[in-house]
Design a protein around this ligand. Structure first.
Ligand code: N01
Length: 511
């Protein structure tokens, strides 16, 4: 492989991450005439979470017509909820066709990003060298760093072990004794696929999820042709899905009880998929629907009911060299251990690598103030930094791509504002940030995520919801429609160098 070209010494904008967010930033900066940017990506391709999650059964649980860029509609989705390879191919195609890939550097990880207050720049050390940038756009993703379970003895396991987001395709599961730890969004897609091939599958459930039917279907050739050729049809279709999804917001954010039709659907899904009353009882959750992410599947419950599958609800005590022991003392042998235990969401790893005005890392600042940003995007003490998919921008009901496009619109308007006014620095005021988050947390108090009687990755170790957006997505879009410079401390252009004082300036004397 040829060696990578050196990084430029400086760029106007450095974007970290080449997933949906980083790619969107690259495209929109280019459209705004901001061509001097670089996207650094530690992986070998665009796609982010859709590049990394290649497990069997991986698919999106938001309809593809909505889970795609508004500016790059795709009439060729095969299904209403497309599988991972199709989503990854879509991101690759958009990247290729938008002509921005020449400014992407793969295999380039950010090791340290520090604000240089004198130069009014970010100094970013990467695995491929140093680069300076006026703005730093962090699109590192909220679901990028797998979380391994802290279970006694797991490091001594002698069989195959991997995380759902780092699937080892070299491991043949046919006829093996497989264990899956976790029953979240990833696990419920994995379990039906593994059950088809494994000799035996143990599914370790700590908390039962709510799972409603997956109303998926294949688009016919006629539908695809209509979406491609009938003017406005695809946009209309997308808009319909968007508003359908928005109609769920009150159930999540204000009155969880009105979600009872979804609860009925989920209970019917259990009854349909599982004949055994004991197993039905084990998979029936004891908290409000929506408190954890609502999952969709038609195949999960039938898979649990299959002869070669056991749902284990006793807690895991420890992992041995070749099995798992539960607290009731039973040891089940395991050849392949799959941990579908989620991601670092409330302790984003990138925040350990970004140091602000006073030299502290963003992780340290978040430890003091809680993970919080102004409008989910900018952070006091971290000038000219824009976080995409930042604190409290996640959703329980709709497409993250919509949120990303909202944030990128805000970023582009900020850059435009800086150019017009010759600002070198914009940094959100602490009071504006606190007010934004006080309002957000006040609204959070009524949501099902906080009141629904479950624990989830939405909440940090203090029980504070630092991940989800507690309002409609159009309220978010509205709040980020234009860059509100009044909420920012700004610094103008650096003052011109002082004229030398030793030698008199003759022209002045003679004037
Ligand atoms: O992770 P999760 P995920 N011992 O954190 C269990 C997105 N996504 O990868 O509920 C035993 O949801 C944990 O148990 P509990 C989506 O946003 C989207 O599945 O904490 N069990 C839980 O069951 C989703 O929300 C799609 O009691 C342990 C599971 O592991 C997010 O990714 C598809 C444990 C973790 O579930 C994360 O989903 C897939 C331990 N020590 C994912 N630690 C789409 O379709 C954890 N668990 C778009």
């Amino acid at each position: 492989m040829s060696s990578l070209p050196p990084l430029p010494a400086s760029v106007d904008h450095l974007v970290v991450g080449a997933g949906f967010a980083g790619l969107c930033a690259a495209i929109k900066l280019t459209e705004a005439g901001e061509a001097d940017f670089l996207v650094v990506e530690k992986g070998d391709d665009v796609g982010g979470t859709w590049r990394d999650n290649t497990y069997p059964g991986a698919a999106c649980d938001v309809p593809s017509q909505l889970y795609s860029y508004s500016f790059a509609p795709n009439p060729d989705w095969s299904m209403s909820f497309s599988p991972q390879p199709e989503i990854q191919a879509y991101i690759q195609r958009v990247a290729r066709e938008s002509g921005v890939l020449d400014r992407f550097r793969f295999h380039t990880a950010v090791e340290d990003a520090a604000w240089d207050a004198e130069a009014r720049q970010w100094v970013v050390r990467t695995s491929a060298g140093e680069v300076r940038a006026q703005t730093l756009v962090v699109g590192a993703g909220g679901l990028s760093e797998p979380k391994l379970p802290a279970i006694e003895g797991i490091e001594g396991f002698r069989g195959e072990l991997f995380h759902s987001a780092r699937w080892d395709h070299d491991v043949d599961l046919a006829g093996k004794r497989v264990a899956v730890i976790g029953t979240g969004a990833s696990a419920i897609q994995i379990v039906p696929e593994v059950a088809k091939v494994a000799g035996h599958l143990d599914v370790y459930q700590r908390t039962a999820p709510w799972v409603i039917p997956r109303n998926d279907r294949r688009y016919s050739a006629l539908e695809k042709a209509a979406l491609r050729h009938v003017p406005g049809l695809q946009r209309l279709y997308r808009t319909g899905i968007y508003w359908g999804r928005e109609s769920y917001v009150p159930a999540f954010t204000m009155a969880p009880k009105i979600a009872f039709p979804a609860k009925k659907m989920a209970l019917a899904n259990i009854a349909r998929g599982i004949p055994d009353p004991e197993l039905r009882a084990k998979v029936t959750p004891h908290y409000e629907i929506g408190c954890k992410r609502i999952l969709i599947s038609n195949t999960y419950y039938p898979a649990l009911a299959a002869d070669n599958v056991e749902l284990v609800t006793d807690r895991i005590a420890r992992v041995t060299a070749d099995g798992i022991v539960t607290t009731d003392g039973v040891e089940r042998p395991v050849d392949v251990l799959i941990v579908a235990t989620g991601f670092h969401t409330t302790d984003l790893p990138i925040t350990d690598h970004v140091r602000g005005r006073d030299g502290r890392t963003m992780a340290e600042v978040f430890a003091q103030h809680g993970m919080a940003a102004y409008k989910g995007t900018t952070v006091p003490d971290f000038p000219n930094l824009f976080m995409l998919v930042g604190p409290n921008t996640g959703l329980g009901h709709s497409s993250m791509v919509f949120m990303i496009e909202s944030q990128v619109g805000y970023l582009v308007d900020a850059v435009r504002t800086m150019r017009i006014n010759s600002y070198d620095v914009v940094e959100p005021r602490r009071d504006a940030t606190d007010a934004w988050n006080a309002d957000l947390q006040r609204r959070m108090g009524r949501t099902v995520w906080n009141t629904g009687g479950c624990s989830s990755w939405y909440l940090d170790e203090h029980g504070r919801n630092t991940t989800l957006w507690p309002r409609s997505t159009f309220a978010f879009r509205g709040a980020l429609r234009s860059f509100d410079v009044a909420a920012y401390r700004v610094e103008g252009p650096a003052p011109a160098p002082e004229p030398p004082t030793q030698a008199p300036i003759r022209e002045d004397v003679n004037a």
